[in-house]
Design a protein around this ligand. Structure first.
Ligand code: B3K
Ligand code: ZN
Length: 896
């Protein structure tokens, strides 16, 4: 397959105004009759109509009711003898497909006896021949026919206009979507499902029916999803004035799904993981994810569906913007400023641990890519999370009200259209003519064009005589594949200065009339710029990039004392957290590079790594009377192995793991009385509610318990492991139960095996809980190479199936992508396992295989013997002859 280039975009030669689909649903052979109203695009030179198709059997093609000649060229159906002129004509295409054989889960497939579709990005062509591109928007009428007993519920987009019985025990339902849409938003569902229903009256006075469809038995687990949906609807109206534009809004859950969820117009299809929750089966994190994914898909109804993408290079137009919206939604719902900051820290943690490595590796691409081989490989953290940061910077540059005005203008201009990232940025800028964004727009848009994470270097100098503080900021981006030279970016840097006592200082730049607020944002546009602050009474401690105001790497030569000051006093919670992370990172990197330090694999060091000042600072945070539990938990969590590895030029994953383990053990032992106090203070959260405050308390209690079990391993204590086991047995909710189980497993307690067996027995019928059970074991700390054999054994477990993406992710991905200390083995057995699974998955489901293929993206940074072994494993995958485009693109880039 060849690469597709953004620069080659041309408008379609034909438009499709309406689509009338009739499905005779049968798992082995589904018949699809498509009646299209087609007309030539007057703006484009006349040419043949080329319709996309994949894995279809073509039975008949009619033009205006009569037979016509056609060709099949590769996957395309080519029609040359079409009516001249610009009058619309009717095109009828009759095809069949085999949903039960569809293990790719793209197009029409069967999951547990129910039909589902997934069309984004290019799945519609697996249902019928079509112009499968997002800029072709049509009106849809859909008739579903199926056996009534097997498939009592028949759903598609829009409104149900007719239904009834047919011969032979079959029945039908007819749906009309009142909104035009691109085909990637088409959906159908047919099966035995039940629904939670809710009628609401919106602010506008319109009534809507909300439905969440699940398998019988799962209904009581849908309350949280319904609440999240109602909250999403209210939020979009309140914050952006965007109402629900449908009489009926449906969510359907399936346990076989390639990703999280899909925003099909009026008929969202969700992975069960992001719908089903009860306190006994779902953790606080699950509850929070459901809220955010339900919000995300709902918000797509405007940002994605009403205004869609001209082509797939513009994917971040809808995804970056919608992630920004779901992040804001979760923050607005979380209640307190502190809870908002916690959410922000969590989002930044994802960005830095997943997106920054992507931006520094072989798959690096701009937020608006210039080319791709397989579009499904570009549903990335760069498109989503970095894209959201780009929108967030616009929000920062124009302010909250200015951004709302920009959104309003965007919809005024583009409602019903398929547009580009440029159109979005232009609307936000045009609505804010006096803003920094409007002034800097062409340069700002480099955020869409340039791949790679900018690095900002900060140097400060205090002149006691002149009472000035000069801060120099420099920026640059390292080359990325295909982009050797980079231009300077527009980087908003929110900052403040603290006195040595931690008090915030008023800020006054040279040339300004008087002192201003202690918090401001400077916008760096040049390669380097120096800011001079005047009337600074004493040497300040700079607090830069507050709230993570730009997605950059910040190099700053702060002393330990300065970082401790920020950790204790910064008014910006993000930078307070960040100071602790920097201190920990510094200690880890120093120990990893210290060749005189012998680090045993289990982290049981002879020498202590954490200085007393760090331990004391962590104790102060833990015991702080005014800080929230959720924030404390974030501060006390050491940077992940992956994040530490990213800071190094050459990575020995075993050593990174061992050093981090040693640090954790020291923190566990040195703070033992404090962890006991923390447990006592936080472990009882009363009746279960998944709100930010009580989930924060559970998170901190869970951390305390895991630290106490870890300390027990060092001291030989059996009391805390016993208590953890008790907690595991008695817990009233999954969060507490799972945290206790994880504490036993992570610290390698003898009780862990018994607890795992009991957990399995308790939840053997709960698929989503079994996923947790697999993931916990695959992610356990390695002890003498024991994780890989355990994973291989678990693959033989009757509950394991590679075909189910959730299950494959819970076992295989948890080991290969989320457990570096166990995956990177001296004997290369982890890599061999990885290569085997990528190859095996590729024949079943290329999209999922390609995700797994990315586990070795950063192979070239590895120390020997890992580096060569990893490269060999990738080369073995690449050598497989009939590899999918998906996997071939990923391994090809890795080896390039
Ligand atoms: N738009 C979908 C993702 C489709 C992925 C296709 N491989 C979900 C979302 O971002 O909301
Ligand atoms: Zn999305």
């Amino acid at each position: 397959a060849t690469a597709i280039h953004r620069a080659d975009y041309t408008a379609p030669a034909f438009w499709i105004d309406s689509v009338d689909l009739t499905f005779d649903l049968d798992p082995a052979k589904t018949r699809v009759l498509s009646r299209l109203r087609v007309r030539r695009n007057a703006d484009v030179p006349p040419g043949p109509l080329r319709l996309d198709g994949e894995d279809l059997n073509l039975a008949r093609v009619l033009v205006n009711g009569a037979g016509t000649s056609f060709k099949l060229e590769g996957a395309q159906l080519v029609l040359e003898n079409l009516p001249e002129g610009h009058e619309p004509f009717d095109l009828e295409i009759f095809t069949t497909c085999a949903p039960v054989k569809n293990t790719q889960l793209s197009g029409l497939y069967v999951s547990q006896g129910t039909f589902f579709t997934q069309c984004e990005a290019e799945g519609f062509r697996r249902i019928t021949y079509f112009l499968d591109r997002p800029d072709v928007m049509a009106s849809y009428t859909v008739t579903l026919r199926a056996d009534r007993a097997e498939y009592p519920v028949l759903l598609s987009n829009g409104n149900l206009v007719d239904q009834g019985a047919l011969d032979d025990g079959r029945h039908f339902a007819k749906w009309v979507d009142p909104h035009k849409k691109p085909c990637y938003l088409f959906a159908l569902v047919a099966g035995k499902l039940v629904a939670r229903e809710q009628r609401i009256r919106a602010r506008s006075g319109n009534d809507h029916l909300l439905q969440i469809f699940v398998r019988p038995g799962d209904l009581e687990k849908t309350e949280h999803a319904m609440n999240s949906l109602m909250a999403s609807i209210a939020w979009d109206e309140a914050r952006f004035g965007l109402p629900l534009d449908l009489e009926r809004f449906m969510i359907v859950a399936t346990s076989d799904f390639n990703m999280g969820a899909m925003e099909n117009k009026g008929l969202n299809i969700f992975n069960t993981k992001y719908v089903l929750a009860s306190q006994s089966t779902a953790t606080d994190a699950d509850f929070a994810n459901i809220e955010s994914v339900v919000g995300h898909e709902y918000f797509h109804n405007w940002t994605g569906n009403r205004v869609t993408c001209r082509d797939w290079f513009q994917l971040s137009l809808k995804e970056g913007l919608t992630v920004f919206r779901d992040q804001e939604f979760s923050q607005d719902l979380s209640g307190s400023p502190s809870a908002r900051a916690v959410k922000r820290i969590e989002d930044v943690r994802v960005l830095r641990t997943v997106q920054f490595p992507e931006d520094a590796g072989p798959m690096a691409h701009p937020v608006r890519p210039d080319s791709y081989v397989e579009i499904n490989n570009f549903y990335t953290v760069t498109i989503y999370e970095k894209g959201a940061e780009v929108v967030r910077m616009m929000h920062t540059l124009v302010g909250r009200d200015g951004f709302a005005a920009g959104m309003k203008l965007y919809f005024e201009r583009h409602d019903g259209q398929a547009v580009t990232c440029d159109d979005f940025a232009q609307a936000i800028a045009d609505a804010n003519p006096g803003s920094e964004l409007a002034r800097l727009l062409p340069q700002f848009k480099r955020w869409y064009a340039q791949a790679g994470t900018p690095r900002v270097r900060a140097r400060g100098a205090y002149d006691a005589g002149a009472r000035t503080y000069t801060l120099t900021l420099e920026q640059g981006i390292a080359p990325t594949p295909g982009q050797p030279v980079k231009e300077p970016m527009v980087i908003p840097v929110a900052l403040g200065l603290l006195g040595a006592d931690g008090a915030a200082l008023p800020l006054q730049l040279e040339g300004e009339a008087g002192a201003g607020a202690p918090d401001r944002t400077v916008v760096l546009t040049e390669p380097a710029h120096t800011y001079t602050f005047v009337n600074v009474p004493s040497e300040p401690v700079p607090s830069l990039l507050r709230g993570f105001s730009a997605p950059v790497l910040l190099d700053i030569e702060a002393t330990d004392a300065q970082l401790l000051t920020l950790l204790a006093h910064d008014t910006d919670p993000f930078n307070r957290w960040e100071a602790g992370q920097r201190l920990a990172l510094r200690i880890a990197i120093q120990a990893i590079g210290d060749t005189s330090l012998d680090v045993p694999a289990d982290g049981a060091l002879q020498r202590e790594l954490l200085p007393a000042s760090f331990v004391a600072a962590m104790r102060d945070v833990l015991r702080h009377p005014a800080l929230d539990a959720a924030f404390k938990e974030l501060v006390l969590a050491l940077p992940s192995e992956g994040y530490i590895a990213e800071q190094l030029d050459v990575v020995d994953p075993q050593r990174v793991h061992a050093v981090r383990e040693a640090m954790r053990q020291q923190l566990a032992v040195a703070l033992q009385p404090d962890w006991e106090w923390t447990w006592e203070q936080h472990h009882d959260t009363g009746g279960y509610r998944p709100d930010a405050t009580s989930s924060g308390r559970r998170a901190l209690a869970g951390m305390a318990l895991s630290m106490l079990c870890l300390a027990a391993r060092r001291t030989g204590d059996t009391v805390w492991p016993g208590r953890a086991y008790q907690r595991f047995k008695d817990a009233g909710n999954m969060t507490d139960r799972f945290n206790a189980l994880a504490a036993l497993v992570a610290s390698g307690q003898p009780l862990a095996a018994q607890a795992l067996a009991r957990f399995h027995a308790m939840f053997k019928d709960e698929a989503l809980v079994l996923d947790k059970w697999f993931a916990l074991q695959a992610g356990a700390p390695d002890r003498g190479g024991d994780v890989l054999p355990a994973v291989k054994e678990l693959m033989k477990h009757p509950d394991f199936s590679l075909k189910n993406p959730n299950r494959a992710r819970s076992l295989i991905f948890s080991y290969c992508s989320a457990n570096p200390g166990a995956f990177h083995r001296q004997d290369a057995a982890g890599y061999a396992f990885w290569a085997d699974r990528v190859i095996e998955l590729d024949t079943l489901n290329p999209q999922v295989a390609a995700r797994l293929a990315r586990a070795l993206d950063r192979w070239s940074k590895l120390a020997e013997p890992y580096r060569t072994a990893a490269r060999d494993a990738i080369a073995r995958v690449a050598a497989k002859p009939d590899l999918s485009n998906d996997v071939r693109e990923v391994v090809g880039r890795a080896l390039a």
